[in-house]
Design a protein around this ligand. Structure first.
Ligand code: SAM
Length: 259
């Protein structure tokens, strides 16, 4: 798996290559990352990568040419390395499709992607038309650059690679995973058993596996119904809620209505 990142700030990506799970997975050879700085392919004395917008208005727009050349460099390097040449070229943009776990899962079973980090007011549309295959957003807010979005995509994807997490089951017990019927995770507790008068819930101390699993399932159902009823509706539509789950929701008045 390989990520190529087009960015004016490659050093930001130390966050995933030097720290934590993603760095360890990198050392284990599970993935690699290459950064391409559009400034490096400019030919003018000022290494210009942006200019004022046609039509006027505030801010600057990233020039198409250095971005296109950077993608070409990334594609050539991928081809040389034997990685899939037709990797998707994903532009981080608030106008894009909202990034979610299923997209990380799809990426984790691919050979990776070329991620484009915009800055300023955004990028020249002619670059998008020429090179970009997908536009992904981190959510309904505006960041000052695409780097945080690219980091989120890399992190969410790499931790799903087999062997990335020390405990193989960790990723399949996370929120949104099929093992949880796509629902939210349950609360977690660790030592001490009582902290400032608050005790760990009794089922977790029972040593009884079925009881622990049921408690966790019910907490997942409760939290998901309260915070994300859409995920309960999706699980119901997918047929992944058991009769016992439905009874739990109905008894507590947590079952969302059909509309
Ligand atoms: C200041 S933003 C540009 C916002 C753009 N003018 C708009 O209103 O849609 C600069 C860059 O940050 C990145 N960015 C900002 N918000 C983002 C979000 N929610 N998701 C992904 N990328 C984002 C994009 O790469 C964008 O080109």
């Amino acid at each position: 798996m390989r990520f190529d990142i087009v960015t004016l700030f490659p050093e930001i990506f130390d966050a995933v290559t030097r720290h934590g799970v993603t760095a360890r997975a990198c050392q284990r050879g599970l993935w690699q990352m290459h950064a391409w700085n559009p400034r490096e392919v400019t030919t003018d004395a000022h290494r210009t990568v942006d200019d004022r917008p046609y039509g006027g208005g505030p801010g600057m727009v990233m020039l198409a040419d250095p971005l296109i050349k950077s993608v070409q460099r990334a594609r050539a390097a991928r081809a040389e390395a034997g990685a899939l040449q037709a990797a998707p070229v994903i532009l981080l943009s608030p106008t894009g499709r909202r990034f979610e776990q299923s997209m990380a899962r799809d990426l984790a079973s691919s050979e990776g992607a070329i991620l484009i980090c915009g800055r300023y007011e955004g990028v020249d549309q002619r670059f998008i038309d020429a090179c970009v295959t997908d536009e992904w957003s981190l959510g309904d807010f505006v960041l000052s650059g695409g780097e945080i979005g690219a980091l989120a995509i890399v992190d969410a994807t790499v931790r799903l690679l087999p062997g990335a997490l020390n405990h193989g089951q960790s990723a399949v017990q996370d929120s949104f995973d099929a093992a949880l019927s796509g629902m939210l995770d349950c609360p977690h507790y660790t030592r001490p058993e009582v902290y400032e008068g608050q005790a760990v819930p009794a089922p977790l101390l029972s040593g009884h596996h079925a009881q622990i699993a049921r408690w966790r399932r019910e907490q997942s159902l409760r939290i998901t119904a309260q915070r994300r009823p859409d995920l309960i509706a999706a699980a119901r539509a997918a047929g992944t809620l058991s009769a016992q789950d439905e009874r739990f929701l109905a008894e507590r008045g947590l079952a969302p209505t059909e509309d």
